[in-house]
Design a protein around this ligand. Structure first.
Ligand code: SAM
Length: 257
C-alpha cells in the first residue's frame, strides 16, 4: 500500500485510527520499520505526509498560511498563472483544478479572487487539502480566510466528472522537474511516492483529452518551459514563466451561444 496512517503521538492514536477507518487506509502504530510508501501522520491540529523510503525526507504539510505561500502571494511569481487562466480587470474565472496536489496553485488562484474546485485523486492528499482549507478559514489573516472561502476540495479521478459551472480546467501533471530547492524536491518526492499505488493514475495526455471534451471556455496545462506540448491538440497560445510554461487551449464559442 502506498499510504498508511499513523499517529504523531499517543495522545492522537484514537483519532488516527478513526481517520484511517474513514479513509479506508491501514493504521500502523509504529512506522519506523517501513521502508516504502508514505505515512499520513495525524496530529492534534495539522497533519502531514512523511515519506518512508530512505533517506527519510522531512514532513510535507499543506498550509495555506505558510511563509512559502505568503511569499508566492506577494512576489508576483504567479502573474503568468493568473494570466493563463484569463484573470484580467474584474474578470475572475471559475477554475476546476483537475490535479490539485498540495493545492499551491489553487490557493494562488483563490487569492487572486477565483473560485477554485480542487480535485485530487489521492485520498491522503484530499484529506490534507480539506484540513488545510478548514484551518485557513480560521486564519487571522483576512486575505487567507477569504481565499479559503473560495476553495472547495473534491476527492476522486477528475476524468470521472462532467465539469459544469466552471470557465477553466487547470492541469498540472507530474513531470520530472529539475527542482531548485531542497524543500521543493522533498515535497515532490513525497507526492511522487504516493503514486506507486496502482489505483493512482497519471496520464496527462488522457486528462487533456477529457478536459477538451468538457463544457468550459479554456484549458490550461502546466509544462516545463522547454518541453514539447502534450498530445495532438495544439495550444492556442502559451504563457512562459522562468521555469514553467502554461499552454492555453481556448475552446471555440458554440454557435448561437
Ligand atoms: C504535480 S501535482 C499538482 C501540484 C499542484 N498544482 C500544486 O500547486 O500543488 C499533480 C497532482 O495531480 C493529481 N492527479 C493526477 N491525475 C489526476 C486525476 N486524473 N484526477 C485527480 N487528480 C489527479 C496527482 O495525484 C497529484 O497529486
Amino acid at each position: 500500500m502506498a499510504c498508511v496512517v499513523t499517529a504523531a503521538s499517543r495522545a492522537v492514536q484514537a483519532q488516527a485510527r478513526s481517520v484511517a477507518a474513514s479513509l479506508d487506509l491501514e493504521f500502523i502504530s509504529v512506522v519506523d520499520d517501513l521502508d516504502s510508501g508514505v505515512a499520513l501522520v495525524i496530529d492534534t491540529d495539522r497533519s502531514w505526509l512523511q515519506r518512508l523510503q530512505g533517506p527519510r525526507l522531512g514532513p510535507v504539510f499543506v498550509d495555506f498560511s505558510s511563509a512559502d505561500m505568503l511569499y508566492r502571494r506577494k512576489s508576483g511569481h504567479n502573474e503568468p498563472l493568473g494570466r493563463a487562466m484569463g484573470v484580467k480587470g474584474n474578470k475572475r474565472p471559475r477554475v476546476f483544478d483537475a490535479t490539485a496536489g498540495l493545492g499551491r496553485d489553487a490557493f494562488v488562484l483563490a487569492d487572486l479572487g477565483c473560485f477554485v474546485a480542487l480535485s485530487e485523486q489521492s485520498i491522503p492528499l484530499s484529506y490534507l487539502l480539506d484540513q488545510a482549507r478548514d484551518l485557513a478559514l480560521l486564519s487571522a489573516n483576512d486575505k487567507v480566510s477569504e481565499a479559503a472561502n473560495r476553495m472547495k476540495v473534491l476527492w476522486g479521478d477528475s476524468r470521472q466528472r462532467v465539469v459544469e459551472g466552471f470557465d477553466v480546467i487547470y492541469i498540472d501533471p507530474m513531470f520530472p522537474e529539475r527542482a531548485k530547492t531542497a524543500a521543493v524536491k522533498k515535497d515532490l518526492a513525497t507526492v511522487q511516492a504516493l503514486h506507486t499505488d496502482s489505483t493512482v493514475v497519471n496520464d496527462p495526455g488522457d486528462l487533456l483529452m477529457w478536459a477538451l471534451a468538457q463544457p468550459v471556455e479554456r484549458i490550461v496545462m502546466k509544462r516545463p518551459v522547454k518541453a514539447p506540448a502534450l498530445g495532438s491538440a495544439k495550444p492556442s497560445h502559451s504563457i512562459r514563466g522562468k521555469t514553467v510554461r502554461f499552454d492555453v487551449f481556448v475552446k471555440p464559442k458554440r454557435s448561437g451561444a
